[in-house]
Design a binder for this molecule. Structure first.
Ligand SMILES: [Zn+2]
Length: 703
């Protein structure tokens, strides 16, 4: 009773969103998060603390936690012109003060949060800060959750089943910094994001608790100089809780609009899209990959290009004499005939991109011998708290049968920056390759490096990505005109320095092209992994069809595919259609996916990402891209199944920014124009889609 009597409530509003706080003598709790126009409460009945601090004693390594809800000697909520300032001090660890500033954005119905920890205690270090975290209640039976695995993924029913997804951003399963929960029936939802323009390391997680009917969204930040007494913490960027009307696509647009304004890694876009990416790369329709020396690869890659009859990208693995995943980074000398092979391929209209790894140094880097690891590399390797290099293994073996052990190199060090730069420039200048694929940079989480000689803050922060930014900028400044760089997977914060990202991890049921909605036209995507197995031809059609509508460059498939009759023909069809539509993907942006009406059949195949990896999609894949400066858009429809499908389609031009009274629609396939008609801005049409076919509607405004 006394505690209740002493508590006070306060409510702040931001447009249609409101947040309620309960202030007690020893803490502040978030009590309510309400969509005022639909009267929908987002917060679970058992809400989480707004923040949790994890502190560590510098000598004893004892760890304790402080949270916003209780345990403070003094707390305050002060209303300010644009929102409120909340503060906490006098905890059981002396000298800790936390200040949270909340800005209310009426226009966006958004709450924007910053957080700062002032640590005046030299014996204790701020180790990690969990902020913000929110437990969302089930909004309705069909409530969906979006989270940023690979291209983005939507899951339904998480309130009824166990689910947990977590990753140390940036990495392939946590590629962007936003999530959402939304209910399309009730037309409400919550956008939860960190708008951090520096791409600091942070654990981003979504976890369900079916007993409590909640889904919890959390951002957990390793602190800069973790382990150093008296270190302060300031949230990099702002945390956002924003009302979401719509679905994952609308959430992606909120994120994109922030990125374009503030993110340090978002590429500059001109009228023709990404103008610092060579035109051939912006337009390239297909990739093939093969392993070995000139004699092993050149003839079959040329045969692939001849069959496709369009420009082809070739990802060349094992062009070096060292074995794959062994003796890195000593990629030279090259295998016999490499230079001639590159030239011969280029003469056949093929763009050549050799593989290197951008992160690893083999600890036994000349066969079983420690050649330069200890003497040259070790000082620049990432180190754990004990000063030991972080080690990784990938299944490759040394000549004596022992596993190859790699150290992860620290990207901030001059040694590593110079090494990767000189390897790339040698490939460009001596061998005249068109691009270099630098493996792992956009595929692996930051290592929390504790080496005090590297000059970066220890552990957390944004020094990791900045190290790579400096490395990659130096390569771009020196590489020849027309050259380009790519990397593995699609963690976002390197987008400005790479021209392409590999999509081989895009393998999940329920994946949606949120990454393309955000980055379409800003970076080219390629590289689905095409597996084998009994359903491989259906799996191929599903992946190639999805690549087309997602706006990816098609493939990264072995050149032998051209011998596989129908699969080869389908692939060729999709590749050639993409080639016809290439300007949309080079200079345009993705639009909301066209939605077909009625019952669309589904298809299911084993995508073989791992064993028994079954993925279900609609039999008809759809996509839409537009050229914003030209009032033109293209809708794509691909029936990937082996049966005909009929469906009703309602076209509404305003959905794509087409304002004219009438539109001209040209229906085309990979080779020819099938039909042209003029229609009002909104109309219905029945689509009849034969099995295994792709076609497109090009829609132009009419004055
Ligand atoms: Zn380091």
């Amino acid at each position: 009773m006394p505690e209740k009597a002493l508590s006070t409530q306060s409510i702040l509003t931001a447009g249609a969103l409101s947040v309620g706080f309960e202030q007690t003598p020893d803490g502040i709790r978030v009590q309510s998060l309400l969509d005022r126009s639909t009267d929908c409460e987002f917060l679970s009945a058992s809400p989480l603390p707004l923040f949790t601090l994890k502190l560590r004693h510098c000598e004893t390594k004892e760890e304790i936690q402080l949270d916003a809800g209780s345990g403070w000697g003094q707390v305050a909520i002060e209303h300010t012109a644009g929102g409120a300032e909340l503060s906490w001090q006098q905890a059981k660890v002396a000298g800790m003060r936390v200040v949270v500033r909340l800005t209310t954005d009426d226009e966006a119905s958004a709450l924007r949060w910053s957080l700062r920890v002032d640590n005046r205690n030299p014996e204790w270090s701020v180790w990690r800060v969990v902020f913000p975290q929110v437990a969302v209640t089930e909004l309705g039976p069909g409530t969906k959750v979006f989270f940023p695995r690979a291209p983005g993924e939507v899951q339904t029913g998480l309130w009824q089943r166990e689910f947990h997804h977590q990753g140390l951003y940036p990495e392939p399963w946590t590629t962007m910094q936003f999530m959402a929960a939304y209910d399309e029936q009730r037309k409400t939802g919550l956008y939860v994001a960190l708008h951090d323009p520096n791409a600091s390391a942070k654990d981003i997680s979504v976890a369900s608790s079916p007993e409590e009917r909640t889904v919890i969204f959390t951002f957990d930040h390793p602190a800069e100089d973790m382990g150093v007494g008296g270190n302060d913490f300031a949230l990099s960027g702002e945390a956002i809780w924003q009302l979401l009307r719509g679905d994952w696509f609308d959430a992606a647009l909120i994120y994109r609009s922030w990125l374009r304004r503030e993110a340090r890694w978002f590429p500059e876009l001109g009228r023709e899209g990404r103008e610092d990416t060579p035109q051939w790369m912006r337009e390239l329709p297909v990739w093939t990959q093969a392993w070995g020396d000139r004699a092993q690869v050149v003839a079959k890659v040329k045969a692939f290009a001849e069959y496709m009859d369009v420009p082809v990208g070739f990802h060349w693995y094992s062009w070096h004499q060292i074995p794959f995943d062994n003796d890195y980074p000593h990629y030279f000398p090259v295998t016999e005939g490499f230079a001639e092979g590159v030239r011969e391929l280029q003469q056949a209209g093929i763009y050549v991109m050799p593989y290197i790894n951008g992160r690893l140094w083999d600890m036994h880097d000349r066969g079983v011998e420690d050649y330069q690891f200890t003497s040259v590399a070790l000082p620049a390797a990432t180190k754990d708290e004990q000063g030991q290099p972080y080690e990784e293994r990938y299944g490759s073996k040394e000549a004596d049968g022992s596993p190859v052990r790699f150290a992860v190199m620290c990207p901030v060090t001059e040694l590593w920056q110079d090494r990767i730069r000189s390897i790339c420039l040698r490939l460009f200048d001596e061998y005249h390759v068109d691009g270099v694929y630098i493996d792992q940079i956009s595929a692996m989480s930051p290592k929390l490096c504790f080496d005090t000689t590297h000059g970066h803050p220890l552990g957390g922060g944004h020094w990791w990505v900045e190290g790579y930014w400096a490395m990659l900028q130096a390569i771009r400044d020196a590489m020849p005109e027309g050259a380009m760089l790519t990397s593995e997977c699609n963690s976002e914060p390197f987008a400005r320095w790479f021209d392409g990202y590999l999509t081989w991890t895009w393998q999940h049921d329920g994946q949606v092209p949120a990454f393309m909605a955000v980055y379409g036209g800003a970076i080219q995507m390629f590289g689905r992994a095409y597996g084998g197995g009994e359903t491989k031809s259906l799996a191929l059609r599903m992946k190639a069809g999805q690549q087309l509508v997602f706006g990816e460059q098609i493939g990264w498939i072995g050149p032998e595919i051209i011998n596989e009759g129908e699969s080869a023909a389908f692939l060729r069809q999709v590749v050639r259609l993409r080639w016809r539509l290439r300007r949309y993907f080079a200079a345009g942006e993705m639009c909301r996916l066209p939605r077909l009406e009625g019952e669309i059949p589904t298809v299911r195949a084993d995508w073989q990402w791992r064993e028994n990896w079954w993925v279900t999609t609609d039999a008809v894949m759809t996509g839409a891209w537009r050229l914003p400066t030209e009032n033109k858009l293209v809708l794509m429809f691909v029936n990937v199944s082996d049966s005909p499908v009929s469906a009703q389609f309602h076209f509404d031009g305003r959905q794509y920014g087409v304002e004219s009274q009438q539109v001209r629609v040209t229906i085309l396939d990979q080779e020819s124009t099938l039909d042209t008609f003029v229609a009002p801005n909104a109309f219905d049409r029945e689509l009849k889609l034969p099995p295994g076919t792709a076609y497109a509607w090009e829609v132009c405004s009419m004055r």
